[in-house]
Structure formats: C-alpha cells, structure tokens
Design a protein around this ligand. Structure first.
Ligand SMILES: [Zn+2]
Length: 301
C-alpha cells in the first residue's frame, strides 16, 4: 500500500481523510478502504492506495471484464451496424483504434468486425490479455506507460478509448499523457468513468455499485476528469452523461433495499423496461446520468 501525500489529479497537498468505505459487492463486510478528498479540486480517492499486486485477489482470470468474447457480441454487432455507433463512438471505419484497459478485448473484436482497420488493446492482466490474443485480438500485456516505454509512440491512433479504467490507474494524469502521445493529430480520446455526482452516488456513497472499491480507487466528477485531461495537455472536446438501463435498474434496487429494505427481486418485478429507459433518458437529459463520457483532443484539434 502506498500512502499518498498529494492529490492524484491536481497534485495539491491539501488532502484530507473523509470516510472509511466498504465494498459494494460485499456490503456487509468490515469497512476496509480509507477514502480521502482533495480540498482543491474535489477528487475522492482511496488512500493509502493498494498496488496492482495487492489487488491480485480481485483481478482473477474469471473477472467479468476479462471476457475475450462478449456473450451479447452478436446483438451489439447488429445494433452497431444499424446505428453506426458502438460504445458511443461513431465506428471509425478504415481507421486505427486503441482500447486502454481492454480486458479480454471483447470491444475490439466488435470494432474489427465493423471495419476498423487497426484494433489494438493494452491490458495489465496477463490472463485477460492472453485470452484475447488466443481469440485473435492484438493485445499488449502491461500498462499504457509500459506500452509507451517498450513499443514507443511512432504508431498513432485515430480513436483511443478508455472505458471504466481511469478509476483504477494509479497516476491518471500520466496515463492520459501517454494517450496524448499516441493520439493522431486529428484524433480523439473517449474516457468513460462512473459519475460521482449522480444522485445514486450522492445518496449511497460507497454502497453504490459503480463506486465499486477497490476496482475503482478514484471517483471522478466531470470537473475533475476534465482537469486530469487538461493537466495531461489535452482539451475537452465534448462531454455528457449516459446511463445504461441495467445500471439504473441496479441503482433503484439498491436504493429500495437500503432505504426501505425491499429485496432486489421485488423491485425488479415492479420495474418495466420502458420505465427504466425513461428514467435513464431523463437523467441524461439533465446531465445527471450514472456515467460520464468525456472526449479529449489535442489543443489545436
Ligand atoms: Zn486535487
């Protein structure tokens, strides 16, 4: 464990202990994680910070994000063919895409099928990277900083995606800076993180499923994510929130259980697919959705 004396985003030394957090996946276990807040930028993060090795019990080969093939691949592929978008990214047909923290590379497989010319991934889990490679996906084992050091930045990418990964990288500004070095002059970076400002996060704190200590060690708001990108020499191109209906359903289940002791299955029974979609849409229209999607580009872009 490493005790931090500075904020991982703005480098301020005005950081203070805020609360002890448990794990949303095991809410009745003892509270294990000490959480700090930055008084200058408002970032919330685990401190001390566990190392990758210390988290190895959490990142086992069967971790769901490490799937080499998504069980819904066909459905995602068909939907993307119709809409021209996948993971909120207009499919960059004939271009080059890098997925940072790609797990087993399931998103890359779909982008490749959709006609993206170069699909590469970077993934520190050896098991996930090997599983992806066994399925024909080009994956580098290591962090993005390792990739830069070993492979270099000669090959640029038109789109770099980083989906729900920046909460678990120890030095997010350096990781974003590495993305900047790999970004083509007209390219853009798409970063997705859970939204620490959404109502569910505010109400339930660490019990909210997307805070997910210790898979996420840093909790971002739009403002702190933008600041991390700017400190890495990037400019925010656009940002918005998005809410997956499945995620909203889970949040409503958690809310009902913690507030009214209503079991999940009862809540699910009363929630229609239509009503959840409507709630998700309303949250996003107000910019209060469960995840933040932020696009960055080079300053002149
Ligand atoms: Zn800060």
């Amino acid at each position: 464990m490493q005790q931090l004396t500075n904020c991982p985003v703005c480098d301020s030394t005005s950081i203070r202990f805020q609360f002890m957090a448990g794990e949303a996946r095991h809410p009745y276990d003892p509270l294990k994680w000490s959480v700090y807040g930055c008084e200058d930028c408002g970032l919330v993060f685990a401190n001390p910070r566990p190392t990758w090795q210390e988290l190895s019990d959490y990142h086992k080969p069967d971790f769901q994000c490490y799937n080499a093939i998504d069980e819904d691949e066909e459905a995602f592929y068909e939907e993307a063919l119709k809409s021209g978008e996948f993971r909120h990214i207009p499919v960059p047909v004939g271009k080059r895409l890098l997925d940072v923290g790609c797990g087993g590379g399931s998103f890359l497989r779909i982008f490749k099928r959709l006609g993206v010319a170069v699909t590469k991934g970077v993934e520190p889990s050896e098991a996930a990277a090997a599983a992806g490679r066994a399925n024909g996906t080009d994956i580098f084992t290591g962090t993005l900083e390792d990739y830069l050091e070993q492979v270099g930045s000669e090959e640029k990418f038109d789109v770099i995606m980083c989906s729900h990964v920046l909460g678990s990288t120890p030095r997010p500004v350096e990781t974003l800076d590495a993305m900047r070095q790999l970004l083509a002059p007209d390219g853009y970076i798409c970063v997705y993180v859970p939204n620490a400002e959404c109502d569910s996060a505010q109400e339930m704190g660490w019990r909210w499923h997307s805070f997910d200590f210790p898979y996420n060690l840093i909790q971002y708001k739009s403002k702190t994510l933008a600041l991390a990108g700017e400190r890495a020499g990037l400019t925010v191109k656009r940002h918005y929130t998005y809410s997956l209906p499945a995620s909203v359903t889970y949040s409503i289940c958690l809310h009902n259980r913690y507030k009214w002791f209503i079991p999940h299955k009862v809540t699910r029974w009363f929630l229609s697919e239509e009503s959840v979609k409507r709630i998700a849409q309303e949250l996003d229209e107000q910019g209060k959705g469960e995840s933040v999607m932020m696009e960055f580009c080079h300053p002149q872009g």
